[in-house]
Design a binder for this molecule. Structure first.
Ligand code: NAG
Length: 411
């Protein structure tokens, strides 16, 4: 009797944990239990489904009504998803991460495209999404955007050794170990727009994302980190991914961009639009020798004296800049809203004559007043030590002269 009560209680807790995927902490343990249970359930189901698939070489029995046999991929398609030989899509189904365990390589040997969006995968930091050692050898494209993913780790993607495109946009990922993409040796494009949990504490968290070992991520050529509220980057964040040709950092909160020497030396396209830059320097192009396309639009650029040199450079090299009409001066008032590519160079950094005049006048006034004040009060200032020293030295000199006088008498 008591035992059954305990069992009922436990099931209740497990069900509650299942309902509330987004909260962690105390319920984590219960959740893990529930997950394990569900995994076992699902695996059992897969087992029975697989056994239902009829080997194609066996002719249908005469007693059965003749009907079109579903191909293996369709028979094993997870509920709510659409499947073909090469592709599985589960879109806006609110499924949890146990979905991956229903997508086994043995049932989908030719799978190359996975589109799982609009679900709730939450924590994916466990080892191997599809269960350990179950490799999807043909999988090259995985769109896992918009799945409320909360955590990834080093082993999350180990069952996709040939993945080339990975979309993790629109999640809230925190990374629980370094180098989570290191196992993706063929990865070319990584989409992480609006993907990271905010706020990103310290620039270091970004460095750990790309802390690849030698011969890892050598094919990675495009990283999209737009819309992540990134406020600063360390100089060597991208030093371990030397092949990157495209870096998209639009719509963050950056106000500077610095790179260690010989990092990102192959970078061709850099998007810094929609950030918080007030100034830029043409030395950016020295830092990034391969850079041919730069977007600095939608930044609050101060077209003041310090920017004159860059504006001149930008106008001369304007073929390297994208979205020029949206690259505008935020100040001074006189140039507000003008594109830095159209603004007249003579109008940048003109000293305002009235200002200069009034400043000079003020300076002269202060000097004059100061001078008269000094003269007036000079004698009332208590004589400082210097004066006393002066007198005493005068005395000394006098006494020395007295001593010096008799000298000729000796001669
Ligand atoms: C992934 O899916 C989302 C939602 O359908 C879509 O907007 C996005 O473009 C897809 N990503 C790629 C790389 O195709």
């Amino acid at each position: 009797m008591r035992l059954s009560l305990v069992v009922v209680l436990f099931l209740g807790v497990a069900a509650a944990a299942r309902d509330d995927e987004d909260s962690y902490g105390d319920e984590l343990l219960d959740k893990k239990e529930a997950m394990k249970e569900r995994k076992e359930e699902r695996m059992a189901k897969i087992g029975t489904r697989l056994s239902r698939v009829r080997p194609s070489d066996r002719p249908p029995r005469a007693s059965e009504p003749t009907r079109v046999l579903k191909p293996q991929e369709e028979a094993n398609c997870p509920i709510g998803c659409t499947c073909s030989k090469n592709k599985i899509s589960c879109v806006n189904k609110d499924l949890d991460a146990s979905l991956f365990l229903q997508i086994q390589p043995i049932a989908f040997p030719n799978l190359d495209t996975l589109v799982l969006t609009g679900n709730r995968f939450a924590d994916m930091s466990g080892p191997g999404l599809f269960g350990n050692k179950n490799m999807h050898e043909s999988l090259t494209f995985a769109n896992l955007s918009d799945n409320r993913i909360s955590e990834i780790a080093q082993d999350t993607f180990i069952n996709m050794p040939h993945l080339e495109y990975l979309d993790l946009s629109n999640n809230r990922i925190s990374v629980s170990s370094d180098n989570p993409f290191g196992g993706l040796h063929k990865l070319q494009k990584l989409y992480l727009a609006n993907a990271l949990k905010k706020p990103i504490t310290g620039a270091d968290r970004l460095s750990t994302l790309f802390d690849a070992r030698d011969r890892q991520l050598t094919h990675l050529e495009s990283i999209d980190l737009s819309s992540n509220k990134i406020a600063d980057l360390t100089r060597d964040t991208f030093c371990r991914v030397p092949g990157v040709a495209e870096l998209l950092l639009a719509k963050n909160q950056l106000s500077s961009f610095d790179v260690a020497k010989n990092c990102l030396s192959g970078l061709k396209r850099l998007d810094l639009s929609g950030n918080s830059f007030t100034t830029f320097s043409s030395s950016l192009f020295d830092l990034l020798p391969s850079l041919t396309s730069l977007d600095i639009s939608e930044n609050p650029i101060e077209c003041e004296c310090g920017m004159k040199e860059f504006i001149e450079f930008a106008q001369k090299e304007d073929s390297k800049f994208l979205n020029q009409d949206r690259t505008k001066c935020a100040s001074p008032q006189a140039l507000f809203g003008q594109s830095i590519f159209r603004v007249k160079l003579e109008s940048v950094c003109v000293p305002k004559s009235s200002n200069v005049f009034s400043n000079l006048f003020l300076l002269a006034l202060i000097c004059t007043v100061g001078f008269f004040v000094y003269r007036f009060y000079r004698h009332r200032i208590p004589s400082p030590a210097v004066f006393q020293f002066g007198y005493s030295s005068l005395n000394e000199r006098e006494s020395r002269r007295e001593e010096a006088v008799p000298e000729p008498a000796f001669l």
